[in-house]
Design a protein around this ligand. Sequence first.
Ligand code: ATP
Ligand code: MG
Length: 183
Amino acid sequence: MRFDRLRLNGFKSFVDPTDLVIHEGLTGVVGPNGCGKSNLLEALRWVMGENRPSAMRGDGMEDVIFAGTTRRSARAHAEVTLTLDNKDRLAPAGMNDSDALDVTRRITRDAGSAYRINGKEVRARDVQMLFADASTGAHSPALVRQGQISELINAKPKARRRILEEAAGISGLYQRRHEAELK
Ligand code: ATP
Ligand code: MG
């Protein structure tokens, strides 16, 4: 599954609408300390359904909303849209009628997150499963946070196993089994 585009609006330091085209091949993000490189990676994780504020370096999920500066007031929402190439029609049934998938997550203060795929409201789970199956999910080892290598080395065996399961592409199956057992 290819990522074509990442759009941010009000997410962390990206207060103004920002549109990034992701070209094929290797992409590097460079810039001085504090310019927002890690925030970009966090936006990617967040739109894929990350639900741990700690993974966003915050205390609560609303900390991803632009908090304001001396010159600009805080925002009430943050929104991130990730555009996926769907020419191969790899998306789950019912989402396969177009060449591109726009996955959007929006958070509003005191109202939590809402998700859309191509403009249609979906559940957080639908988005998480879309990416879990593509082995690129919010917890995917394809995304390595700053400081994560040392965390990995010090991880307990159970945590390390979870990482391996995601890499093997079976974490989506576990989630479905868990839900089937609850029914
Ligand atoms: P480094 O090179 O040090 O790793 P970086 O480019 O990864 O830096 P980030 O950590 O992505 O930088 O960005 C940090 C900046 O984002 C800080 O200036 C911080 O104030 C700002 N920031 C984080 N959350 C918010 C928020 N909710 N509202 C406004 N600004 C925010
Ligand atoms: Mg950083």
